[in-house]
Design a protein around this ligand. Sequence first.
Ligand code: CA
Length: 220
Amino acid sequence: MRILVVEDDALVADAMLRGLTQSGFAVDRVDRAERAEAAMQREAFDLLLVDLGLPGMDGFEFVRRVRRAGHAVPVLVVTARDGLADRVNALDIGGDDYLVKPFAMPELAARCRALIRRSKAEGNPQVVVGGLHLDLPRREARVGDEPLDLTPREWAVLECLALHAGQVVRKERLQQAVSSWNDDITTNAVEVYVSRLRGKLGEAVSIRTARGLGYRLDEN
Ligand code: CA
């Protein structure tokens, strides 16, 4: 799951980056809303963490523009301001939740998980492809009754493939799902995760290679 942190305070941003990375998220950071908009045009994120007080365009204006552009990505507003008006405002302009600094890292990670879960699981939190069963809220996968032991990155690749079962998912998309800008993850690494997944999945489903494009998860 990939998070974009929009925060100009380097200390706070570093702490978020560390804490969320430890919790298994791929995290990217920008210090201005303008850079966040540019990043969102290039890549897909599963959650935005937005500070309200930013140089240039402030967090309120940024979130308003994100919604006006039609992005449904969940937004968690993080800010030092604790006035009631700001909290109400943040939700009114399209924020999904609100966290006041200083906060405890486990709470931040839990709120991020909850928001992403809610957005992914709208409708159906379970994905079944052939003999493979994914419980998205719990991030658990099993084949028949056998639970699969997956690393966070293997899970991310499998989740992305399963949510698009029967369709080719580009290698670059899978790479984005597992890595942040600072990670040196190549599309070759995606091949490694896919190969490990094939070993773990056995005969339950097939991950087929679409040469030069990506991969497709199919029922057997
Ligand atoms: Ca700030």
